[in-house]
Design a protein around this ligand. Structure first.
Ligand code: NAP
Ligand code: ZN
Length: 348
């Protein structure tokens, strides 16, 4: 089967509603797999980019970097996958493969820039189009194996929300004896809670309100606090080893840093559109670390998928038809998502 033009949902211009269209897919090359996409998660990053919130995007834009599907065809040189395999694609589809970071399995930090699954140009200079589509052609080296035991719809969000929280939790040693807080109980946050709990950490959710408290505790949190209540910041002062913020808007960092113990670390994976300010004494006092983290490398993404399968973790999802994408975007922006929208691509 050769697919050259496929159905997709695209934003024709910045901030425009997404609509049905078609996009080209390259022929299956020697090391490529053609994936029959079954499900695509909606990440808040899709919304930032479709609305030109980060920088000028490439339009029409087909978002979607939480892709789960089945291999439909393989190139002649493919060794890792066969037709019928359950596979996923995350936020990147290529990188230079030669720089220090790529060689270390940190392709997400490729010194020459990784190639995004959408809103990027590939090595031939052609725009990439993401997962809100029926098929995609991806190099086997940037394709992940979805283990048996995780349903494809619940696996899709792991390709971004899962790895983006797993990577900092693993890097900063979340585990037994560590007090870890996850800020924001949305798509990333709910996976952060599940993964930190499975790693054995004592997990606190810091949410704007107590509206989702019951869910948070079911997901694996040990404690749940509302950040709208000033008492939260008094009670938790100096108690946490690690904070992972998944918040999509600027936060008052000084208040959050005050919750860390000496040598504690706050890691930002949330990517607000506006800059934030910081009083440096918030990190000087207590030798604290303020850091960021971007998705994860290919090897680590596979490790995360295997970890999730081993611990029976998938995302909490609401499956929607493609015609509901614009409505789902509004609900994500107003924090009304429990906890990830996943598009059934059969409706595209
Ligand atoms: P999401 O589902 O919208 O979750 C974000 C959560 O942040 C919301 O559910 C809400 O949680 C909280 N929040 C929202 N606005 C807030 C505000 N004004 N003040 C305080 N809390 C607020 O989004 P997501 O898909 O998880 O993505 C979260 C962020 O991570 C986005 O900026 C996205 O672009 C970014 N991201 C980064 C990477 C990376 O590699 N670093 C990868 C993927 C996504 P509560 O209702 O519990 O307060
Ligand atoms: Zn994402």
């Amino acid at each position: 089967m050769t697919v050259t033009t496929v159905a997709a949902y695209a934003a024709p211009a910045p901030k425009a509603p997404l609509e049905r269209t078609t996009v080209p897919r390259r022929p299956v090359g020697e090391h490529d797999v053609l994936i029959d996409i079954k499900f695509a998660g909606i990440c808040h990053s899709d919304i930032h980019q479709a609305r030109d919130g980060w920088s000028e995007g490439i339009f029409p834009m087909v978002p979607g970097h939480e892709i789960a599907g089945i291999v439909a065809e393989v190139g002649t040189g493919v060794t890792k996958f066969a037709v019928g395999d359950r596979v996923g694609v995350g936020c990147m589809v290529d990188s230079c493969r030669e720089c220090e970071n790529c060689r270390a399995g940190l392709e997400q930090y490729c010194a020459n820039g990784n190639i995004g699954t959408y809103n990027a140009l590939d090595k031939q200079g052609e725009p990439t189009y993401g997962g809100y589509s029926t098929h995609i052609v991806v190099d086997e080296n940037y394709t992940l194996r979805i283990p048996e035991g995780i349903a494809l719809d619940e696996a899709a969000p792991l390709l971004c929300a899962g790895i983006t929280t797993y990577s900092p939790l693993a890097h900063w040693n979340a585990g037994p004896g560590k007090k870890v807080a996850i800020v924001g109980l949305g798509g990333l946050g709910h996976m952060g809670v599940k993964i930190a709990h499975a790693m054995g950490a004592d997990v606190t959710v810091l949410s704007q309100s107590l509206r989702k408290q019951e869910d948070g505790l079911k997901l694996g949190a040990d404690h749940y606090y509302a950040t709208s209540d000033p008492k939260t910041f008094e009670e938790l002062r100096g108690t946490l080893d690690l904070i992972v913020s998944t918040v999509s808007a600027p936060l008052p960092l000084d208040s959050y840093l005050s919750l860390l113990k000496t040598d504690g670390a706050m890691i930002n994976v949330g990517a607000p559109e506006e800059p934030v300010s910081l009083n440096l004494f918030s990190v000087i006092a207590g030798r604290k670390t303020l850091a960021g983290s971007g998705i994860g490398g290919i090897r680590e993404t596979q490790e995360m998928l295997d970890f999730c399968a081993q611990h029976g973790l998938g995302a909490e999802i609401e499956v929607i038809g493609a015609e509901q994408i614009n409505e789902a975007y509004e609900r994500v922006v107003s924090s009304d998502v429990r906890y990830r929208f996943v598009i059934d691509t059969a409706t595209i």
